[in-house]
Design a protein around this ligand. Structure first.
Ligand code: TYM
Length: 329
């Protein structure tokens, strides 16, 4: 049997090109490689860790489903589902909590960052975020998890957790490996020291942005002193980020991009970059506009995915309970 692969995206608003180049584009390529049994889900339980409006949630969940399908996730090849529809995710997280030392969770960079950013709402869900993530992965025996760099620490914790659990109760969980792209950490367009993030929309380029908006945002993106199109993250963090974006969309290495713009300045490079992004996103945007009109069909895809994922996860949670002596009937 092929190894399993899983990943998820939170429904918290529009996806940006960091989400795309760091994860979604990779999901599609890995799916099409036909090397894995793929699961892609909408991490709606994780999205409750930040302030939200329940009225907006259904639309946000549907939007991630539309983004998946528009980017090329094919329900005939991958199982697409909604996390909260599979009770085993929450159940396993509650179980794994007992084997997750609070000291390890306190060290998580994302927990520390988010605790600062939302100081008025430092909740248990935020603290427990990596344990729920481990549950998402363990339930499907996933060996590979395509994510951006900001999630690697969470997966390291999952590996530790799997090892600890297996040592204590016998082999139960796989140790999942992160799968990163070259574009594993796309930086903000207005500050190359900060990660591109939905929480700072000013520095984001969204997958739904119109061509004119893309041209404008790329034109305004900060650059470094000098004029050479050269990837040097230390001394030229801004232009290096733009080169990585270009390379990501073109499936080229940063060296090839450097060569292409060897005798050109930032202006020419930025113009070409904007057109490259527009060209690359056009099929996605076109497909999304079509799919928006077919939301009933998209919901059917999710319902079918929920059923299939539920069966796999349901079996696994029973296996876990058995290992722990929780099955008396
Ligand atoms: P989320 O929705 O915050 O992010 C979705 C994916 O986008 C990646 N990403 C980036 N990659 C490159 N550059 C950026 N600036 C950038 N910003 C975000 C993230 O690393 C992520 O891969 N916790 C996950 C969701 C999740 C999950 C899981 C993933 C829940 N359970 C189990 C894998 C396995 C998250 O960060 O989603």
């Amino acid at each position: 049997m092929k190894p399993a692969l899983i990943s998820g995206i939170q429904p918290t608003g529009k996806l940006h090109i960091g989400n795309y180049l760091g994860s979604l584009k990779n999901f599609v390529e890995l799916q099409n490689s036909e090397k894995y049994r793929c699961y892609f889900f909408i991490a709606d339980l994780h999205s409750l860790t930040e302030d939200f409006d329940p009225k907006e949630k259904p639309g946000q969940i549907l939007t991630v489903a539309l983004d998946y399908l528009s980017a090329g996730i094919d329900p005939k090849k991958s199982i697409v589902f909604v996390q909260s529809k599979i009770p085993a995710h929450s159940e396993l997280a509650i179980i794994l909590n007992n084997f997750s030392p609070t000291g390890e969770l306190k060290r998580m960079t994302q927990f520390k960052d988010k605790s600062e950013r939302q100081a008025e709402n430092v909740n248990m869900g935020l603290f427990d975020y990596p344990v729920l993530m481990a549950s998402d992965v363990f339930l499907y025996d996933a060996a590979v998890v395509p994510v951006g760099e900001d999630q690697v620490q969470h997966l390291e914790l999952a590996r530790t957790l799997a090892r600890r659990f297996n040592n204590k109760f016998g082999k139960t969980f796989m140790e999942p490996k992160p799968f990163l792209t070259e574009a594993k950490r796309i930086m903000s367009l207005d500050n190359p020291e900060k990660k591109m993030s939905k929480s700072s929309p000013a520095g984001c380029l969204f997958l739904d942005d119109e061509p004119e908006t893309i041209r404008e945002k790329i034109k305004r993106a900060v650059t470094d002193s000098g004029h050479e199109v050269k990837c040097d993250p230390e001394s030229k963090p801004a232009i290096s980020n733009l080169i990585r974006i270009y390379a990501g969309f073109m499936n080229e290495t940063t060296e090839i991009v450097e060569k292409k713009f060897k005798n050109k300045g930032y202006g020419d490079f930025k113009k070409d970059l904007a057109e490259t992004i527009i060209r690359s996103l056009t099929p996605f945007q076109k497909k999304k506009k079509e799919l928006i009109k077919k939301s009933a069909a998209v919901k059917k895809v999710l319902a079918a995915g929920n059923r299939k994922a539920g069966m796999v996860a349901g079996q696994k949670i029973e296996e876990v309970k058995e290992q722990l002596g929780l099955s008396i009937d």
